[in-house]
Design a protein around this ligand. Structure first.
Ligand code: HEM
Length: 340
């Protein structure tokens, strides 16, 4: 009886919704049945939402890994009405980004970034504008000293400021965010010729730009090997490569032995691709690596880092990341004990 009263109270919206659901359910299965001959396998889409209910919004990378276990390394998902091909594991991701560079060079149009960037910049632009912007950015970065001793000296100078900041905490707990200031300042030096003026600006910048091993945003593919579907969006999952069981002994643990041979010598691992591969790879890779090396080595020579009193390393929950564009842990505290 209650449903009848409800229906009589809102007849128009309910009728419209029912019509929409019926139309969508008539349309979607037919298109996916047709596509089933050429598209990789995947979960059956529901009307309107497609497979969105299968994605944990906070851990989309983990949801993708779960689906790959069921449907294989290459599968099809429906984000509402948008069909998406997901690539997982080193072989599939490398094959696409390295062997089909031209096909995977563009990014899809993402409305929120279109609103913010209007198609400009390097990250979200496509076509000739992207080519020209990337070329210009590359040569500007080189002219400003990236990859040369000029920038190395600025990084070492920044390290000395960071060491002083950390010493000022006198071994007491402080936020890991304190470290953000150093790489931010290097970018400021490149862009404006001087270090940042205000700390808050730095935090804002980092929230936008710091990327630690996140899944690829997505590429607009024009052709897909074997499928012939032009314009289908493709998501190569970097998380799935960085956790690929066939390339890493203990993918879910921090294990420096992944990069050492039996004699303890460094081994380069093909599947270590936090900066991605192909023509759209990270433009800051060499700069970021130089910063990581100099900052880490410099800090570890000066301090031993420990969890705050009363906490052990096991209490640090690194499994639930912050919900942002990039993948990073919840804010944590650390204590830096000076070596001298
Ligand atoms: C640890 C630090 C960093 C990591 C892990 C990282 C990772 C990434 C990843 C995964 C992408 C996407 C690549 C793709 O779509 O295939 C990317 C793109 C990009 N990164 Fe980084 N990045 C880092 C630091 C930097 C820095 C310091 C800069 C600038 C100096 C930078 C500039 C860019 C640019 C401009 C792009 C867009 C390239 C394009 O679309 O053509 N990144 N980065």
């Amino acid at each position: 009886m209650a449903w009848l009263i409800f229906f009589l109270s809102y007849p128009v919206p309910i009728c419209l919704l029912c019509t929409l659901i019926i139309l969508a359910s008539l349309f979607l299965p037919t298109s996916s049945r047709k596509a089933a001959f050429t598209m990789p396998p995947g979960p059956t889409p529901l009307p309107i939402i497609g497979n969105l209910h299968l994605l944990d919004i906070k851990r989309q990378d983990k949801s993708i890994l779960k689906l790959a276990k069921k449907y294989g390394p290459v599968f099809t998902l429906h984000f509402g009405f948008q069909k998406v091909v997901v690539l997982t594991g080193y072989e599939a991701v490398k094959d696409a980004l390295v062997n089909f560079t031209e096909e995977f060079v563009d990014r899809p149009l993402i409305p929120i970034f279109e609103q913010i960037q209007h198609g400009h910049g390097v990250f979200f632009s496509t076509g000739e504008l992207w080519r020209a912007t990337r070329r210009f950015t590359m040569s500007s970065m080189r002219n400003l000293g990236v990859g040369r001793t000029l920038i190395e000296e600025r990084i070492l100078e920044e390290l000395s400021f960071l060491v002083e900041d950390i010493k000022a905490f006198k071994g007491e707990p402080f936020s890991l965010r304190t470290f953000n200031r150093a790489p931010t300042n290097i970018t400021f030096v490149l862009l404006f010729g001087e270090r940042e003026i205000c700390f808050e600006v730095g935090l804002g910048y980092n929230q936008e730009h710091q990327k630690v091993g996140h899944a690829h945003v997505g590429l607009q593919k024009e052709t897909f090997p074997g499928s012939g579907h032009r314009g289908t969006m493709v998501i190569p999952s970097l998380t799935s490569v960085l956790l690929d069981k066939s390339h890493w002994e203990t993918p879910d643990e921090f294990n420096p032995n992944h990069f050492l041979d039996a004699e303890g010598k460094f081994v380069k691992k093909e599947a270590f691709v936090p900066f991605s591969l192909g023509r759209r790879n990270c433009m800051g890779e060499s700069l970021a690596k130089m910063e990581l090396f100099l900052f880490f080595a410099g800090l570890l020579q000066k301090f031993t880092f420990q969890p705050p009193p009363g906490l052990t390393e096991r209490d640090l929950d690194l499994t639930v990341p912050q919900t942002t564009f990039t993948l990073r842990p919840q804010p944590q505290l650390t204590c830096a004990v000076p070596h001298d």
